[in-house]
Write a protein that binds this ligand. Structure first.
Ligand code: IZC
Ligand code: ZN
Length: 415
């Protein structure tokens, strides 16, 4: 095996490899950071990672060498919760929202998610693709190389399938890897107001069709007061599990409905949001392998409480961070901004934050053997930053610190 590419003179190489947890430290600070590091790449994979001088036997006549000039390199970042594929936008609700009308009040009036549903139903597949590609380009520019993307703006079989097909097409037509989630239970369409069970059954009926066409790997429900109850959610999750879907949940976002407890009970991959998690919920997650996927951009945008990240991390729960990119509660593709909010508002440390968007996000998507850290045999997805240390990236907020982004060993973004 010959090295195709070597990045050397890396000031801080955040490999993301998990080290044994030291009792006196946060259980999320256990990621490896090498000083004066290098990465050796062969094809789309990592051949070697180390610090000090690159062993000369690795450097062949044809090897391309890149000097990182003492800057930070991290694994490609993973945005593990987005509503990427949608039509329209919701700036028409913005002034109302900042004047204090709540997210659920807007939804009850047929706005919010339901207005995006209408715009998504009215969009062609080509329009949705073009729109999502624009967002993905922005995401790459911030250092994101893998994105989870949910349906849920169809709520009818035709549009749900259209959104999921768009996920599939995006995987062939641009560089970011898309991981597809079916979220048919995102809101209750108005015509089902007096017939909730019928709608829930229609979601269940779609499961085998989506499975057969291999259009989604995960199943998600908006389990929330006024949306889908914990019992309704459990019923759909159990059906999805039967068909082999992996589970993730919108849990305890606005009101506590024991969503975290349900995630632990059904051994889900992630429980997302958790702004209103209870002590009991924290206990359940602590005794499970569920990743707590926090989305502080949503608290920022809705003017809501932040999830009690410190309490969860100190209890031993592993946390991921994502944008929640969507046209309503968090209209931003910028994962670096979310990481900066996590530092300033969730009081997470730089090491915890980089763990949250790399190896923990990979775990929340069941991809930790392939991506999320820079280790021999894993995919060569990495970000070269224009910063000498990870603290600087979080401290200097509101700006993009990315210099170059590589996906599968190929340069996909250059400042
Ligand atoms: O469109 O408002 N929370 N779903 C649950 C969302 C936010 C997306 C939206
Ligand atoms: Zn969401």
């Amino acid at each position: 095996m010959n090295a195709d590419l070597i990045i050397y003179n890396i000031g801080q190489l955040v490999t993301g490899k998990e080290l044994p947890i030291i009792a006196s430290e946060s259980p999320m600070e256990n990621i490896e950071i090498l000083k004066n590091g290098y990465i050796v790449i062969c094809g789309s994979e990592i051949m070697a990672v180390g610090s000090g001088d690159v062993p000369s036997k690795l450097i062949k006549f044809t090897t391309k060498l890149i000097d990182a000039e003492g800057c930070v390199v991290t694994p490609g970042m993973i945005d593990s919760h987005t509503h990427l594929v949608h039509g329209g936008s919701r700036e028409n609700e913005f002034v109302e929202k900042i004047s204090g009308v709540s997210y659920l009040e807007i939804l009850e009036k047929g706005g919010g998610i339901l207005s995006t549903v209408k715009a998504t139903q009215d969009s062609t597949e080509a329009e949705l693709i073009a729109r999502a590609k624009k967002s993905l380009k922005i995401m790459i520019s911030y250092g994101v190389t893998t994105v989870e993307s949910k349906s849920g703006y169809g709520l009818d079989s035709e549009t749900e399938l259209k959104q999921l097909r768009v996920n599939e097409i995006l995987n062939h037509e641009q560089e970011v890897e898309i991981i597809s989630t079916f979220m048919g239970a995102h809101a209750l369409p108005e015509e089902y107001k007096d017939n909730r069970d019928e709608f829930i059954q229609s979601v269940i009926d779609l499961l085998p069709i989506i499975k057969e066409r291999n259009l989604a790997e995960f199943f998600d429900v908006f389990c929330e007061e006024g949306v889908f109850s914990t019992e309704e959610s459990r019923k759909m999750f159990l059906e999805a599990q039967k068909y082999g879907f992996k589970l993730r949940i919108h849990a305890d976002e606005i009101k506590n409905t024991k969503g975290a407890e349900l995630a632990a009970e059904l051994e889900m991959y992630s429980a997302d949001h958790l702004m209103a998690i209870s002590e009991e919920g924290i206990k359940s997650l602590k005794n499970s392998n569920v990743i707590a996927n926090l989305l502080p951009g949503t608290s920022f945008s809705l003017g809501k409480e932040y999830a009690p990240a410190r309490k969860m991390i100190d209890a031993g729960i592993q946390v991921a961070l994502s944008t929640d990119y969507n046209p309503g509660s968090c209209p931003t593709e910028n994962l670096q901004l979310i990481m900066q909010i996590a530092a300033l508002k969730l009081k997470m440390t730089p090491k915890e934050i980089f763990k949250a968007v790399t190896i923990n996000a990979a775990k929340s998507l069941g991809r930790e053997k392939r991506i999320g850290s820079l280790e021999e045999g894993k995919k060569a997805d990495f970000v070269m930053f224009d910063a000498k240390n990870i603290e600087y990236i979080l401290y200097h907020f509101g700006t993009n610190h990315t210099n170059k982004v590589f996906k599968n060993g190929c340069l996909v973004y250059k400042r």
